[in-house]
Design a protein around this ligand. Structure first.
Ligand code: GLN
Length: 533
């Protein structure tokens, strides 16, 4: 394989322009031409990983198969590319500094003064090259979080400058994503913020090769021409990225704008094989032409920021397409659910209870589950959602008053969900949960088996608490059964109520594994059950 090419994606003017989607779309186009591609996200914040962040800070924490707690953009990379990412695909400043400081304490720097340049920048460069050095990829795309000009992203921009200089122009390309605002009063699209942002890049020693312009309105040729002239790039290197109804449309738009072509030209890579996007286009066409609609309630406590449930929301889009159904997913705040208003759930054809931490909002979740169980409404509980289903069943069917998870009530007389033995003495919060892929054996004659059509599955985890096996027998006798068990640890991974229309709780997170071309069987089966409701 030829040597790996490195593509850097930076952002300017504002945050939240969708660098992750642009990076994933370019990766998709290169992959569809037969190239091997991976994407990496560098996050300039000081947390070692986003595992300790409140979802309201940066949205969901995505978990990789090897158990890394990562930025939600990795979810986009996996969903677009149908690949598995790993710890190496997400690096934060906290992790960089931790590595450098650990080395300093070991004496690895032999008495030298440890500095941002070269020690921090060397560690950043090492992390960027790590993916490419394995020789598995034609392209490594590195997305740099934040906005150029931020103090905390300076060492990253400097590392990119050094790499471009070290590896040379044929091996590196730089894409800068900015915003072109529209001033309604004068009816004009403004390029000045982009010009300033590119000036900042130049101050830092990087001339962008391609400028992607986020815009709500079609760009005129004059606007593109102006950006080209003031930012020293050819006109075809100015790419419009206009708002679209679905993120899955972006690769098609980027292809029409020729983003993959300018990059391949810059990197002297062959363009002979055109992107094969047929399966992607078939997905898009079904997405845009659903035959039915199903209304599902997603009950959680972070409903003000849908990004907190990004992977679940996307999984419903993928699985909806398989069912040729538009999933109308209503985010419902569990803290607002009471016995007085519970009937408002009657307009839902299915109920999902979301993952989460801490006791806030769990009584509302338990009420919603009781409603789903008693009214035969299809139910899917994910992680904490599954744990709440166990608590509800313990309290209301087994009559175990005050049954709870020891996470919520350490003194509960009935810890139907309990902390794992090996978790008891852990005092640090970061990276200490049961994380990443674990095997599960699925029981035949269950809804789970009907969905997966196999007994052996591996799913990703992120939790500390587990079904308490002391209760497994009583639950089974009363009508709630464990239909998925970890064959190595005997931990319960899936619970079901066989008498119910479709009542499934999973201790793992199926949403981390759903992709456009490989939608997750649990979501597909759940939507089917809701459609029949
Ligand atoms: N808080 C629960 C636990 O730690 C569930 C976590 C989750 O939903 N991801 O076990």
């Amino acid at each position: 394989m030829a040597n790996t090419k490195y593509i850097f994606v930076t952002g300017g003017v504002t945050s939240s322009l969708g660098k992750g989607i642009i990076s994933a779309s370019l990766a998709k186009l290169l992959q569809a031409r037969g190239y091997k591609v991976t994407i990496q996200k560098l996050d300039p914040y000081l947390n070692v990983d986003p595992g300790t962040l409140n979802p309201y800070e940066h949205g969901e924490c995505f978990v990789t198969i090897d158990g890394a707690e990562t930025d939600l953009d990795l979810g986009h990379y996996e969903r677009f590319l149908n690949i598995e990412t790993t710890q190496a695909n997400n690096v934060t400043t906290g992790r960089i500094y931790q590595t450098v400081i650990d080395k300093e304490r070991r004496g690895d720097f032999l008495g030298k003064t440890v500095q941002i340049i070269p020690h921090i920048t060397n560690e950043i460069k090492r992390r960027i090259m790590l993916l490419g050095n394995k020789g598995d990829f034609d392209f490594v795309i590195t997305e740099i979080g934040g906005t150029v000009g931020d103090i905390e992203s300076l060492p990253y921009i400097e590392s990119v400058r050094q790499l471009i200089w070290e590896l040379g122009g044929e091996n590196t390309a730089s894409i800068h994503l900015t915003l072109v605002p529209y001033l309604a009063a004068s009816g004009e699209l403004k390029t000045k913020p982009t010009q300033h942002s590119v000036k900042l890049m130049l101050e830092n020693g990087i001339q962008p090769d391609v400028i992607v312009l986020r815009t709500e309105h079609k760009l005129t040729p004059e606007v593109k021409e102006k950006v080209a002239r003031f930012c020293n790039v050819s006109k075809k290197s100015v790419v419009e990225s206009i708002d679209v109804s679905t993120i899955y449309e972006v690769p098609i738009k980027m292809q029409a704008e020729g983003l993959d072509e300018v990059i391949l030209d810059k990197l002297k890579m062959s363009k002979t094989k055109l992107p094969d996007l047929e399966p992607w286009k078939a997905f898009l066409s079904k997405l845009k032409n659903p035959r039915s609609t199903v209304k599902i309630g997603l009950i959680g406590k972070y409903t003000k920021l849908p990004d907190s449930y990004k992977s679940i929301i996307e999984s419903f889009i993928h699985a909806g397409v398989v069912n040729e159904t538009k999933v109308d997913l209503e985010l419902i705040n569990s803290e607002k659910i009471t016995t007085e208003n519970i009937e408002s759930l009657s307009n839902l054809q299915g109920i999902v209870v979301a993952p989460g931490f801490g006791h806030r909002g769990i009584e509302g979740k338990i009420l919603a589950i009781k409603y789903a169980r008693e009214n035969n409404v299809p139910f899917l509980g994910i992680c904490l959602g599954m744990q709440c289903a166990v608590i509800e069943f313990g309290r209301n069917v087994l009559g175990l008053q005050d049954a709870n998870s020891s996470e919520m009530d350490i003194t509960t007389p009935h810890p139907v969900i309990d902390i794992m033995e090996h978790q008891k003495n852990i005092s640090e919060m970061g990276g200490t949960m049961r994380l990443g892929g674990y095997a599960c054996k699925v029981k035949k004659n269950s809804n789970a088996f009907a969905a997966y059509n196999t007994e052996k599955i591996t799913e990703r985890h992120r939790h500390r608490y587990e079904f308490n096996n002391n209760y497994i027998h009583d639950f089974k006798t009363a009508g709630m059964e464990a239909t998925g068990i970890n064959p190595n640890s005997n931990l319960v991974e899936i619970i079901e109520i066989p008498k119910h229309k479709w009542f499934v709780g999973v201790q793992f997170h199926p949403e981390y594994r759903s992709t456009v071309l490989n939608p997750h069987p649990i979501f597909i089966a759940f939507i089917k059950a809701c459609l029949n409701n």
